[in-house]
Design a protein around this ligand. Sequence first.
Ligand code: UTP
Length: 298
Amino acid sequence: MTQSRRVIKAVIPAAGLGTRFLPATKAMPKEMLPVVDQPAIQYVVAEASKAGLTDVLMITGRSKRALEDHFDRVPFLEATLEAKGDTEKLRRIQEATELGEIHYIRQRDPKGLGHAVLCAKQHVGDEAFAVLLGDDLIDERDELLSIMIDVQEKTGGSVIALMEVEPSQISAYGCADVSSVDGEDYVKVNGLVEKPAVEDAPSNLAVIGRYVLHPRVFDVLEETKPGRGDEIQLTDALETLAAAEGPGSGVHAVVFRGRRYDTGDKLSYLQAVISLASERDDIGPALMPWLKEFVAGR
Ligand code: UTP
């Protein structure tokens, strides 16, 4: 067997309209919403960096400046903090600029997640690559991406991440029909359906925002017609790849059982902020007694 190349490129789509979060997202991408004290997207870029993905391509939309500025240096702010001797804040603002090389490309029209991924075709070239949705956070203490990269290298096709949800919740997600693979922790994906009605869902396994894709996905996306919501759906392209044959075909999945936070939806955003804040040494000890008192008083 030839030695496979380790996945090193990450694509982070952050060009969606974020309509569920309007008006906060009118002039700012939802990926810039703060989760405690750093924007959601920084957790995602940090996760990519930790998994050894040293080349990040961010797919941005109409308000791309805030994203680019966040990962760029701000010399006068650094100088001010340095002059004040505030080394802790200086370190915190420099963290975002030290997460590896970030490239940007604009998705001119938000024609769907599949279309956003297709915008990465030229940058990615002919290598397997990871996709991390910029509004989906995986707790840094739980491993997912590196496991998915290993599975991609083993199976040679594409790999998605699934999570069990309450059956009644499945219509908010892409849903997978899977079967087990002898002696392996991962499963084979037989079919996928985007946001099915509860009664049509083949399982309660929801697609979450991490993918490790074979570059053949680009050829499929080019042929994929707009689907649900008149958008080019990544799920539809993966459904095609799952049923295809030959090199680069096949889709497997890792079922994630760790902590995941969705910041694209108002309720789950608030849950993410509270969960992560409650575990922080600087905020948790003050937040939790207040929260208990607040809840008891309702
Ligand atoms: P969502 O399905 O959450 O859509 O996108 P959205 O448009 O951003 O948000 P709502 O539903 O209107 O509130 C999932 C991910 O795909 C990106 C988003 O930025 C998000 O990270 N995306 C989506 C794009 O980059 N381009 C698109 O055309 C659509």
